[in-house]
Design a protein around this ligand. Sequence first.
Ligand code: GLA
Length: 486
Amino acid sequence: MKSLISTLLLLLMPLVAAADNGLRCAKSVFSQPDVRFMQKIKSIHADAIIGVKGLPSGLQWNARRNLVEGKVKAPGTYTYTVASSINGQVSEEQIKLIVSDKLAMPLPFMGWLSWNSVEGDVSEAIVKSVADMFKANGLFEAGWNTIMMDDLWQARKRADDGKPLPDPKRFPNSLRPVADYVHGKGMKFGLYTDAADKTCAGAFGSYGYERIDAEQYAQWNVDIVKCDYCNAPPEQDTAIVRYRRLGDAFKAVARPITLYICEWGDRKPWLWGAESGGSCWRVSADVRDRWTCEPGGTGVVESIKAMKNIAQYVGVNRFNDADMLCTGLHGKGKSSNDLCFGTPGMTQDEYATQFALWCMWSSPMALSFDPRANTITKEDLKILTNRHLIALNQDRMGQQADFISDADSLVVFAKDLENGDVALSVTNMSSKPLEATFHFTQIPALDADKRYQCRDLWTGERLSAVKRSFTTKVRPHATRVFRLSK
Ligand code: GLA
């Protein structure tokens, strides 16, 4: 009888373990030593009581907000347990925390990707001129420092020994001198591949060549690789395996190479991207140079939808990527103009909104202009070099802003910052000017009874102190951003 019961129990156990416990949180998290860390824990059950066990010294549980916070001084690998109780039924999740000053990408990259406007013309000359432009126009000084080649840098086929080769005409000296040039400017160099035989544009991909490619990328001195998912099987399980093969291959080479996953959010990479060795992952289909992209593409409106409910998966070295910025394109890109009805391009307020939201979300940011056309204006540079907004994107706690509300055509986000400040944004989704009020009781990161210093981040201006609520005007499709300090 006893053995029958234990057999039954054993049979039942996998079922219990596999059942969805309702917890929605990252399972591998990262922090830099002695830098404030935060992990938000969510449950799909509103009545779940959440708690933690076994926190390493320096971290505390914030029961009011359901988050882990604090600082861990010593580098190392730590584990703790998140427990969720619903009607007395307890389920648990193990969290692995890696504290290290050698993480692949502690802060989201800020840089340039060739695809939107350069496509198959990407060349040694173009990469070098983007690096030169970043230096000359103040972008580098403001933090823009990662120059990446997208699809079609490749030759028609690999070398006979299987090694990847760049297009010989556009890269007559292969890639090492290109990387060296970019590094010589104090910047990072990246390229693109695909987790299948062929890339989206039909060049050779890395499937089956992961080790060879990683070795060659390391010899070329590549820092970051965007890995696409065209021509690969659709299942999540397969994607996990394929990206892990790339991630493992990158880890095995002498040079640190960051894995940038690009499967467009279709397989929820925020659930497994970090475990596959990725430091960021795209969350949507390609972003187009549009406020909204009908019928099936991604404009700013659709980016907000893609990002708004996945903030708790983001932290240091694990970022949701909202795709290339169109700021600076003015409808003059190439692939950034397809997929939607109507004329491409956005207003200056819409471009500024895109940049502000990417900063609020700690999304990686890649400009995508063609240096030959030089479409970036003085007004664009003013947006893109705003140090107050960049400080949000590059905040060392790496938190994505939480979605607060979207009532009355006003989208509000709130972002926790390393020094305890909170950034608030409000985007006017309507075509009329609106007044927006931030109500502190609706924003968990704020203390409803405390008085805060308030800075307008677009102008840098200090405003009068605020308490409980404050009201601001927002132009159509514009975004106001404020930083509140206790
Ligand atoms: C996909 C990606 C784009 C770009 C192109 C290149 O569409 O999502 O970002 O890399 O492939 O072919």
